[in-house]
Design a protein around this ligand. Structure first.
Ligand code: BJW
Ligand code: ZN
Length: 249
């Protein structure tokens, strides 16, 4: 663990304190959520624009939701895929690429499925909830990245004609094998942990904030509003991540 210089007080709103830690080349772990992509034009899940035809993420992003209405759920994903085609990373994504250069080790953990971190140039990204671009068959082992946005409304497997589904993690499903262990390890090693643009209500991702605090990291939250994770944050910066993150560098 880093020894912090005298005078670093960890005020709830102090950007200078974060800069002082960054000057020491800390080990950094970051967890991002939909809020970091909001300024690129990607709707968040639990904001006013998060509903689709009156349905919430909890209704749509589950095997139950898909079984009840596969056509409707694919319509939702196709719409999101189409939107993403014209969307670019924003200054928040870019700032995380530069933050990586200031750290002695850096792990970016995201709940986002939009791949905007990778598009911005972030190196290794742990995608806890998968990605919207791969499709996989529900009946056989077929899977591949499909970057074309005009998928049919009921896409079928070319091998067995079973239903294809997006390569994301729905409620009640396990996260990709081994990924939580990697994220947990990085967070436990970190001197500084950022939790950015997430409502911190979806587990196990949200639990990383509590893990970071228990393991001794300084926890910095960046969000438009307070969340359940604010209680474990040493520093809580209220505002847009695309405006706050560049100020740290
Ligand atoms: C800005 C901003 C700006 C806006 N700047 N900020 C423990 C307790 C209770 C429940 C559970 C538990 N453990 C597990 C559960 C169940 C469940 C869960 O968490 N439920 C709760 C909701 C109650 N979790 C699961 O089911 C997970 N699986 C699991 O636990 O498996 C166990 C298992 C093991 C072995 C075998 C089988 C099972 C899986 C969770 C999957 C979540 N999937 C989704 C959909 C992904 C696909 C898709 O995209 O379609 O992931 S749901 C949706 O929520 C999506 C997101 O990644 C996730 C989190 O949302 P996020 O990113 O936080 O977005 P928002 O909209 O909620 O918040 C945005 C925030 O940004 C807000 O705070 C704004 O203020 C802020 N903001 N603009 C800064 N400019
Ligand atoms: Zn198949």
């Amino acid at each position: 663990m880093l020894k912090y210089p005298e005078g670093v007080l960890f005020m709830k709103d102090s950007i200078d304190d974060i800069k002082a830690i960054l000057a020491l080349r800390p080990k950094i772990a970051v967890l991002t959520g939909a809020g970091i992509s909001a300024e690129s034009g990607v709707p968040t899940f639990r904001g006013s624009d998060g509903y689709w035809k009156g349905k919430s993420a909890e209704d749509l992003a589950s095997m139950q939701g898909f079984s009840q209405d596969p056509h409707g759920v694919w319509e939702w994903y196709n719409l999101r895929r189409q939107k993403l085609k014209d969307i670019k990373p924003n200054p928040g994504h870019d700032a995380l690429v530069r933050l990586e250069e200031l750290a002695s080790s850096f792990t970016l953990v995201t709940q986002n499925v939009d791949r905007l971190h990778q598009q911005a140039g972030s190196g290794q990204v742990l995608e806890l909830h998968g990605s919207i671009w791969p499709v996989r068959c529900m009946d056989c082992d077929y899977q591949e990245d499909r970057f074309q946005v005009d998928l049919p409304a009921e896409p079928r497997c070319p091998d067995c004609k079973g239903w294809l589904r997006p390569g994301v993690v729905w409620f009640g499903e396990a996260l990709p094998f081994g990924i939580m262990e990697k994220a947990d390890h990085a967070v436990r090693m970190a001197d500084l942990f950022f939790i950015i643009g997430t409502s911190a209500v979806v587990w196990p991702a949200a639990g990383l904030a509590w893990t970071a605090r228990e393991a001794g990291a300084k926890v910095v939250e960046i969000n438009l509003e307070e969340t359940p994770a604010t209680e474990v944050a040493h520093i809580s910066l209220l505002g847009k991540s695309g405006e706050i993150l560049p100020q740290l560098l």
